[in-house]
Design a protein. Structure first.
Length: 280
């Protein structure tokens, strides 16, 4: 070990991670908290994560890769991963297409079992950890300050727990998927977050989301493809367009066609940059 202090470039490097003290206590050590936090973020990243049919998001990684991204040794990373699996905090599977790597997914407990506000920093966490993949261009200190400010705003904006509509709609989609003969994994944080954002950020009402759940899970094509709430939100605009086309061809009740056209109009307003007006 050499003296002389910490190099400034390392203290302000773009691989900055926020590890919560509560996680260190919960998971049994700093190494476990580092590894769980990194896997949690990577499994939520559209660029590197993959999704199974049950809606679970995974990150396929080797021990050397986990070690490289957390600053641990390979042995430390391996021990941390196995401790997390044994403690029930991490899922690990050998999945098709990743013959030399296991895939990992974080395990969340039910949000209702957590103290108020415990989840409030999740959006801030994502914003802050985006530093790991930010291109160079501004100084690391400037990026850290900017992201921390974004984190503070996002934390205040996020409700302490999800609404009853979010939980109800997530359970409804899960039940409809099961009725179609498909397996459903854990209906938890990722489902609730996607449903919450579909209404709170995308501007759709609970009634519109429920209508689309029932339509998509009864459609011959989409019932085989919409098996989770994150997928529903991702494909929502496509579903609206498809439903509009089907309604124009159908000779069904006028009320149904009107509902689809109205839903499509709201999507068009949103695409044009206008937040759709919510039904009173």
């Amino acid at each position: 070990m050499t003296g002389g202090g910490v190099p400034f470039s390392e203290a302000t490097a773009k691989d900055f991670m926020q590890v919560r003290a509560a996680l260190v206590k919960r998971l049994g050590g700093a190494n476990e908290a580092l590894v769980w936090t990194r896997i949690d973020w990577r499994a939520d990243s559209a660029r590197v994560a993959h999704q199974t049919e049950d809606g679970t998001h995974w990150w396929a990684a080797s021990y050397p890769q986990i070690a490289e991204e957390t600053g641990l040794t390979v042995d430390q990373a391996r021990r941390a991963v196995e401790n997390l699996i044994a403690g029930g905090y991490l899922r690990a599977e050998q999945q098709h297409g990743f013959s030399r790597k296991r895939s990992y997914a974080p395990i969340y407990s039910h949000l209702a079992d957590s103290p108020d506000g415990e989840n409030a920093g999740s959006i801030g966490r994502d914003s802050q950890m985006d530093l790991a993949d930010m291109p160079d261009g501004s100084s690391s200190i400037e990026r850290q300050t900017e992201v921390q400010e974004t984190s503070d705003v996002a934390s205040n904006a996020l409700p302490p727990r999800y609404s009853s509509d979010v939980l109800r709609l997530s359970d409804l989609l899960a039940e409809m998927v099961r009725q179609n003969g498909h397996k459903v994994g854990v209906v938890g944080e990722k489902w609730w977050s996607a449903c919450d954002r579909l209404m709170r950020l995308d501007g759709y009402t609970a009634e519109q989301v429920e209508w689309m759940i029932r339509w998509a899970t009864s459609d011959e094509f989409w019932s085989a493809n919409i098996r989770s709430m994150p997928t529903l939100r991702e494909k929502f605009s496509t579903l609206v367009a498809q439903a509009k086309r089907q309604a124009k061809r159908a000779a069904g009740p006028a009320e149904r066609a009107h509902g689809v056209v109205d839903l499509g109009r709201r999507m068009q307003q949103q695409s044009a940059g206008n937040r759709p007006e919510l039904a009173s």
